[in-house]
Structures are given as C-alpha cells and as structure tokens.
Unconditional design. Structure first.
Length: 508
C-alpha cells in the first residue's frame, strides 16, 4: 500500500494489466478509455483495449491485420515491426502513429475504434525512426510530429526530432529539427518513447530515459514546439520495488482528474502496465504517483463503478475460430487454421525445414504469459499419419519448451517433451517419449513466481509431471509467449492436422 491507503473496493492495485502490454498509450473519447501497445512482429498487431474506469480493461480488437511489406514479416522478427505506438482522436477519427525501425513512421486511422482501419501509410521514411507521436494544436490549427531514434539502425539515440506535419497526417512539412538532445543533459541516456501534448500554454513531451529495466519518466516543456525545452524527472523507482517505472501516456477524465499509465519491465512476463495518479504542482510541473514514486495501491479514479474485467485468455474455439487474444508470430498464411463447424481449433501440420526450432516458425499461435502464477491447460488430438508430424503447447522465448504429440516412424503417436536453450540451434528431449494411445492428451503448464514452468500431461490416468522445471525467458523486447502449433517435416502433399480444444488459464 502507499500513503496509508487501506485496500478496499474503492482502491486498485498495480499492475492493472499484469501481462506484456508493452509501451502503452492511452486516450479518452467521451466516457470511454482506449489503450494500444507495441506488437512488434506479431500479427494481427496494434491491440486495442477498452475501459470505463482505467482499471478494468478488455481487448476490443486490433488496428493492423498484417505487417508490410509482407515478405519482410513472413518469418518471426521480434525486434522489428510496431514500436511504441501513439493513439489519438482528431477530426472525428482515431489515429495511431508508430515507428518501424527499419522503414519509418507509419499511421493508420479509423472512424470508430473497431474500424475499419486504413492501410498503413508511410509518413516519414528512414532507418531508426521510432516511437512517433502526433499533436494537432486545437488553438492554432497546426499539426506536429515527434519521434525518437534507434541506434541499432541509425547510429543515433538519446534525442528527439520534431516536425511540422500536414494537418491530414499524410506527410511532413519540413526536414525536422532535434528539439531535445539528452546528450546535453547530465546523466540522461536512452531518451525515447515521447508523447506530445499541449497544456496550460506549453508544449509538453512526456518521455522516458534510462533503459527499460532501470529508467525513469521525464517531462519536458517549452513555449515553442521547436524549443528550447526544460526537463524534469517526474517518476522513478525511489525506495519502491517497481523497477524502471516509465514510458506511457497521460489521460484526463471528463471530471478533470489526471492519470498516467506506464510499464514496468518484469523479465519473462514482459512489460506490465501500472496506473499512477497525476496532479500539477505549484511550479506547473506534473507530479506522478506518490510525489514521484510509483504507487502499489491507490484510490480508484472517480468514475462509475465497473464489474471486474481483464483481456480474455480462455478459448473454446467456437465454430473453429480463435479469439482476438491470439496472434501469430509473423504474418499468417492461408489454411493455417482450418475452417470447420465444431468447437475446436484445427491447425494444419505445415511442412517446414525448421521443425527442429519453434523460434523460426511463423505458424505459432500465441498469447501473453500471465504475470501471476497460473495453470494453463489445453486438450490436443493429433490427426496426422505423417511420420514426424507433431503439435503441442509451448512457452516461447529466447529459450523455449513444449509438450505435445508426435507421430513416430513406427506409426504410433508419442507424448513428447522438448526444449531448446538460448544458444541452441535445435531442440532436444526434456523427458523420455512415451506412447499416447488414441492420439489424445490433456496438456498442462503450471507457472510459479519467476516464470518457472512445470509441465505435465494426462493420457487418461490423471496428470503426471514430466521433465525439469523450466524458467521462461523473454524474446528481445517481447515477454515470453504461450503458443499452440502444428508442423511436419519437409515433404510433398498435405500432412494432416492437429485439433486443440478447451484452452484455459486459471490463477493459482
């Protein structure tokens, strides 16, 4: 607890989104709040979350069905794609701007949050352009854009570049100017993730620095968009256990309350989302959290009470369809999920030369690893007679582990449990294979603090643990993912399918 506030129905506890909703930005339109987050190389991308109270959120959909160019995202690229999007509402439309570090700044827009969203439009081409945010100045009619830089692509970092932008958001009106150079600010490094606002006669940039695990939230203000800007640290860890509290967005309720949503890097769990109270000090600067320290719990926003809610995780796959909580590890192909009328997910056993390494496969259907200890279960049937065909439930990251079924050269179906270390180029057995009569199994993963995962299976005689405990690892910029997959070795012709039913996640 913080500042002596008792935990009651009138309070909330951080994180409010306890999974990898990386680099959040937030917006209010009327009585509704919306949030988007980085999706990197997964498809669909640009998740869209909805709330009425800033505490309970549900997943409404995605703004980006596929990444472009399609060929560039035909295989997993977890450090590419959509970086730190900004969500705005202007001229009766929703707008999302983001930087693709290999291509430039893009935007999409839509009349409603559920779409239809336009195709991605390239606003500024270039390498290393990331974390873009627009501003339409309602007082002057001018439009602006600010973005950060990725050194990995451009050789430049720790600075923010500003542009005048065409009011229709399609292009820029100048060559741009560095408006904040954090190399000139003692002790500041890795300045990125800017969010641009107009308030009280000032241009404001809320931007993090210091790196994802140890950084802080900065605020910058200037009377002129192009500067010069003053700076101040407005949120940092201090004596709390919330490491690196930074990078997010400011939102004001209809009643005039101010709040700030940001992430905290939690290893394999990714970047979980916290909600901080926000006020304005006598000096005109924002005050976040408890005098600049993140709160663990706090009074809820003064908004109408809402029933508890969270982004969906369970899936009965009604009508053979998977829910919006799932994303592929790259752009999907036709026929990966087989249409049918039953309540089950049928994945084609796609032939691949990369059957030895799930990290290389685009046809893995994933969702976020829960940030709290949980039990994950799914039932699987392997409908393939192809030797080497396999399907299973995985925990994916730089290292991975999976449990599932494989058709052997002897024609029998075997329960297998495999893993690959971070530096390994191929997986190996985590336990001895065993026969799976009938080709059916219930698979289970129990997660413990530290993202430690215990795998087990049930072939009809009750659950049995298998192998050693596995400590999940993140991918670059992405928390560990739960994944469902089906594949087969290279060869000719169809290789059958796998059927998944009753996917469930239960808190322990």
């Amino acid at each position: 607890m913080t500042a002596g506030i008792p935990e009651t129905a009138d309070t909330y506890t951080n994180p409010i989104l306890n999974a990898d909703w990386s680099d959040p930005d937030v917006l209010r339109v009327g009585d509704d709040f919306y949030l988007t987050a980085s999706s990197f190389g997964r498809a669909p991308g640009l998740p869209l979350l909805h709330s009425r109270d800033l505490v309970n959120w549900t997943l409404a959909g995605h703004a980006l069905e596929r990444l472009e160019p399609a060929d560039a995202f035909a295989a997993p690229r977890h450090d590419c794609g959509v970086w730190a999007p900004s969500l705005r509402h202007h001229a009766g439309r929703f707008w999302i701007f983001w930087g693709d570090p290999d291509q430039g700044v893009f935007q999409v827009n839509a009349p409603e949050i559920r779409g239809p969203w336009t195709a991605p439009h390239l606003v500024k081409a270039g390498k290393g352009l990331i974390d873009a945010c627009p501003l339409w100045d309602e007082e002057t009619g001018e439009a602006y854009l600010v973005h950060a830089w990725a050194r990995s692509r451009s050789g430049v970092k720790n600075r923010l570049t500003g542009h005048r932008m065409h009011p229709d958001g399609t292009g820029l009106l100048d060559e741009g100017k560095v408006i904040v150079d954090a190399d000139r600010i003692p002790g500041w490094f890795t300045l990125e993730g800017p969010k641009l606002y107009r308030h009280d006669g000032w241009f404001w940039i809320l931007a993090p620095a210091g790196g994802v695990e140890t950084g802080w939230q900065g605020a910058f203000r200037s009377r002129d968009f192009f500067g010069p800007y003053e700076e101040k640290v407005v949120l940092e860890q201090k004596d709390t256990d919330v490491n690196g509290p930074h990078q997010g967005g400011w939102v004001r309720t209809a009643a005039g309350e101010d709040w700030f949503l940001h992430f905290q890097q939690r290893g394999a769990y990714g970047r979980v989302v916290h909600l901080q109270p926000m006020t304005w000090g006598a000096d005109g600067w924002p005050v976040l959290g408890d005098d600049g320290a993140p709160v663990t719990a706090h009074r809820r926003p003064a908004l109408p009470p809402q029933p508890p809610a969270a982004p969906a995780t369970d899936d009965a796959f009604p009508g053979g369809r998977y829910g919006r909580q799932w994303s592929w590890t790259a752009n999907p192909g036709d026929g990966w999920a087989i249409a049918h009328s039953g309540d089950a997910l049928r994945l084609a056993c796609l032939r691949t030369a990369d059957a030895h390494d799930l990290r290389r496969l685009p046809n893995v259907l994933t969702q976020r690893l829960p940030g709290l200890p949980s039990t994950v279960e799914v039932e699987l049937r392997l409908d393939s007679t192809e030797p080497g065909a396999r399907a299973g439930l995985a925990v994916l990251g730089d290292a991975y582990r999976w449990i599932g079924l494989q058709r052997g050269a002897d024609g029998a179906v075997h329960l297998v449990h495999r893993f690959a270390e971070t530096v390994a180029e191929a997986e190996r057995d985590a336990d001895h294979p065993r026969l799976a009569p009938g080709g059916r199994v219930r698979l289970r993963i129990e997660t413990a603090p530290g993202a430690r995962c215990r795998f087990s299976y049930d072939l009809g005689g009750g659950p049995r643990p298998t192998g050693q405990v596995f400590a999940a690892t993140p991918w670059r910029w992405v928390g560990a993912l739960l994944g469902l997959f089906a594949l087969a070795p290279e060869g000719a012709g169809p290789a059958g399918a796998a059927e998944f039913t009753r996917f469930r996640i239960r808190p322990q």
